[in-house]
Design a protein around this ligand. Sequence first.
Ligand SMILES: *Cc1c(COP(=O)(O)O)cnc(C)c1O
Length: 256
Amino acid sequence: MVTPPDPTQVEAFRQARDRVLARIGDACRRVGRDAGDVTLVAVSKTVEADRLRAAVAAGLTLLGENRVQEGAAKASEVPGARWHLIGPLQSNKARRALETFEAIQSVDSVEIAERLDRLAREIRGAGPDARYPILLQVNIDADPSKAGLLPDDVAAAAERIADLGALEVRGLMTIGRFVDEPEAARPTFRALRELAEAVRAGATGPGAVIGPELSMGMTDDFEVAVEEGATIVRVGRALFGERPHHHGPGDHDHAH
Ligand SMILES: *Cc1c(COP(=O)(O)O)cnc(C)c1O
């Protein structure tokens, strides 16, 4: 049985959402952007389904999960939510991912894209006229401990993936380095924007087709990311509170 969300919890989420949206709005104003151009993905990893139902009732309807299994398990228990995958994707989970998520932000190789292309046709009826949306994850600082395409490889990968036919590269995503000060993340975000601009202009390779999205910025640095052009911010702790400490490897959890 799905119990209705607790009104107190809904109200708390409404306030948390309003606060984050106000901060996004302020960051937009500082640089002359339209706040309507920034999408908030509420990162719900480790948050249980009953709290997520309250979050959805409070308007947090776009949820981000970094594990396929966890997202798939919660999706059936949280009606009205839409889901993005923001974490590492192994090929044996690609089918489940496509069944669960309306977009995958963390595509980091042509190989996984080829698999997604085949499965998206089969599962979602995707094709040249109805492409399944993805973002390319970029390891902008070439950090050996991080997933993602290296910046120099993005244009060629985007072109190959566009040619597959059933995927749409909506833009780029990056996970910033862990920094003590939000300001320290700025060069990373700026570099992602500049890379996207260069790729679109054909400056780094064969005029690859990538869309306008830039997914960057988390609880500690989303305002800086918005100032640098983020169109998607992925915010967890500012909405849901601190997570339990060890969520396991590979989750890019910066909340130490
Ligand atoms: C956990 C996570 C976030 C959100 O982090 P917070 O610091 O809680 O805002 C964003 N992006 C990715 C890829 C994550 O794994």
